[in-house]
Design a protein around this ligand. Structure first.
Ligand SMILES: [Zn+2]
Length: 344
């Protein structure tokens, strides 16, 4: 399955610049301090002002890029509303800063606001105990556990204070932006209630992290929900986008705008088929989560990536458990969980 994608623009806007991607829909790109070094945001003309979709992570260089946008475009046309696709810091990180500065509301789904607000203030020792238990059972050695201690809950430092109140958007809601109807399409698996926005009029889908070109969205188990099956949720929500036209212009949060939605949906599903078979084959012998990670990720991982990699490895194991193909040998204390094929 090649999944023919067409990237419709050359290059990308520099930080602080805006570029029109569709009538009244402008593309911004903000820096990220990770290997994935950028996020795309979408600034929509909205009557006498603007609506922004996603905000960037809470860093000085992102605020500086925003200041440039304010100076160039917001003097006679202020920000009227902030819509956020999901709670991850690169998306909601500056929502509090923007809503306070322009005295506007944050619009997002109930689950995304709740996760953001909760994680931004959840810094207690009980959370660290939850992390320690989870990563020990996943097979982390002492070096990796030192990383868990050092990292702690990184969320509060990556976001400006999450607004204490918000306006809820839900699947199927229709929002009027500049006289055009945008329909909320909720996806699951990457985040609990991830909001995509589709405008039939413009034939544009703002896909957030739910549908990405080139790279696949992170589908992970996190310590707070250790028995989750997010891959089942993700694969289950992909077909919801199939009824959209294949030539819809997809505006994703990472990499570049593209057309060729249907092929991309197939590739995203197929990618996981292969990873699932690799995971299943590896578990001919009982393996820990970390040992499965080493089968799935041959490349060197940095301190940030290792948490996503273990989360993804466990997500594949849990999906196979849900199918009855893999079983877990429950660990305890310093003995990690092990996973093995269910005897045929
Ligand atoms: Zn995300």
């Amino acid at each position: 399955m090649s999944g023919d994608l067409t990237f419709v623009f050359e290059g990308e806007p520099a930080p602080g610049e805006i570029r029109e991607a569709a009538p009244g829909v402008f593309w911004l790109r903000m820096p990220l301090p990770f290997k994935l070094d950028h996020i795309n945001l979408w600034l929509l003309e909205d009557g006498d002002g603007w609506t922004i979709i996603d905000t960037g992570i809470n860093r000085d260089e992102v605020k500086a890029a925003w200041e440039q946008v304010f100076a160039d475009h917001f003097t006679d046309r202020p920000l009227k509303r902030v819509i956020v696709t999901h709670f991850h810091p690169d998306h909601i990180g500056l929502a509090g800063w923007l809503t306070e500065r322009f005295d506007v509301e944050l619009w997002t789904s109930a689950a995304e606001w709740t996760f953001a607000r909760m994680l931004s203030i959840d810094t207690g020792e009980d959370l660290m105990d939850c992390f320690r238990r989870f990563y020990r059972l996943a097979g982390f050695d002492d070096d990796l556990m030192a990383l868990v201690e050092k990292r702690a809950n990184p969320y509060p430092t990556r976001v400006s204070p999450i607004p204490t109140a918000f306006r809820r958007i839900s699947d199927g809601d229709e929002i009027d932006i500049n006289g055009r109807t945008w329909r909320i399409m909720v996806g699951t698996g990457h985040a609990p209630e991830h909001c995509c926005l589709y405008c039939e009029d413009l034939n544009v889908l703002i896909s957030g992290d739910q549908i990405l070109p080139i790279i696949t969205p992170n589908i992970s188990i996190w310590p707070q929900e250790p028995d989750a099956d997010p891959l089942k949720l993700y694969l289950g929500s992909l077909p919801r986008f199939k009824p959209l036209p294949d030539d819809v212009l997809v505006l994703p949060s990472h990499k570049w705008p593209f057309t060729g939605l249907h092929g991309r949906l197939d590739v995203l599903a197929h990618h996981h088929d292969e990873r699932l078979e690799e995971t299943f084959a590896a578990c001919a012998e009982p393996l820990t989560g970390v040992e499965v990670l080493k089968h799935l990720f041959k490349r060197e991982l940095d301190d940030h990536q290792v948490f996503f990699a273990i989360g993804e490895s466990l997500a594949h194991l849990h999906y196979l458990m849900g199918q009855g193909r893999i079983e877990k040998i429950q660990g305890k204390d310093s003995t990690p969980d092990r996973y093995r094929q269910v005897a045929a």
